[in-house]
Design a protein around this ligand. Structure first.
Ligand code: DGL
Length: 265
């Protein structure tokens, strides 16, 4: 009989963003096998219709399930908003989603504004409205869609003048002295912490949900007896991308290294 603990964990995103989640997950569970699928050929998801993102997400899950994964991480807040319910109803393996980490930001009882950077779809969908219903009374929360940042990350641009100018443009209507924290509600933005700090200053807390997602995945695998306890040589990772060119796989590897090299990134 097949030992299910040895099967890979499937992780996907609209493109490069989920690589930051993959890095956190590898740091947390280095003994696991991973299959990553980036849908860069269809990125960005954040400006599409939810039904289209739902269909794209289902196709990717089929691809991952065909390769025999034991769990899937939807490493994309946008795809989670559009598809998580349907994916969980369709597949009988654990499906872990992501949402903007508003809870920890609000729990810090900030004096100033909490800015949630995310895609337009994430900020418009029911999942985020429910978060707002829960926490909206407790803090001054500002929703900030930043679609241009996703495009730059897909080009491999994470820092420098062009990136900082684009971040400045996103924040142009918000007084930065009034901001206490920024929630990174899109996995593409995780690579941009340094650039965001350069624009907004060091005093602002930058919060993301990646560690929480990795911990949640581990708990679920543990509960289901699916954790792989045997560590092999190095990182066991297969990388796929709908763009199907070697440059995009190179970029995926570079971004993974970028994350793994930065402790507490
Ligand atoms: N990385 C995705 C997220 O976390 C979305 C980026 C896109 O618009 O494709 O929401």
């Amino acid at each position: 009989m097949k030992d299910e603990r040895k099967l890979a964990i499937g992780i996907f995103d609209s493109g490069m963003g989920g690589i930051s989640v993959l890095a956190e997950t590898i740091k947390f569970m280095p003994e696991e096998r991973y299959i990553y699928y980036g849908d860069s050929g269809n990125a960005p998801y954040g400006v599409k219709a939810p039904e289209e993102v739902n269909n794209l997400s289902k196709n990717i899950c089929e691809f991952l399930i065909d390769r025999g994964v034991k769990a899937i991480v939807v490493a994309c807040n946008t795809a989670t908003s559009a598809a998580i319910k349907d994916l969980r109803n369709t597949y009988d393996i654990p499906i872990i989603g992501m949402e903007p980490a508003l809870k920890p930001a609000v729990e810090k009882k900030p004096e100033g504004k909490i800015v949630v950077m995310a895609t337009s779809m994430t900020l418009k969908e029911k999942k985020f409205s429910r978060l707002m219903d829960k926490y909206g009374q407790e803090a001054d929360i500002v929703k900030l869609p930043c679609p241009k940042l996703v495009e730059l990350v897909e080009e491999g641009i994470l820092e420098g003048e062009r990136m900082e100018e684009t971040i400045r443009e996103c924040f142009k209507d918000i007084d930065k002295d009034e901001i206490s924290s920024v929630v990174l509600g899109c996995t593409h933005y995780i690579f941009l912490k340094d650039s965001i700090r350069n624009v907004l200053g060091d005093k602002i807390d930058i919060i993301d949900g990646n560690q929480g997602t990795a911990r949640h995945l581990k708990n679920i695998l543990e509960k289901k007896g699916l954790l792989n306890k045997e560590k092999g040589e190095g990182v066991d990772l297969e990388l796929y991308n709908s763009k199907r060119n070697p440059e995009i796989i190179d970029l995926s590897r570079k971004l993974l290294e970028f994350c793994l090299n930065k402790l507490n990134f």
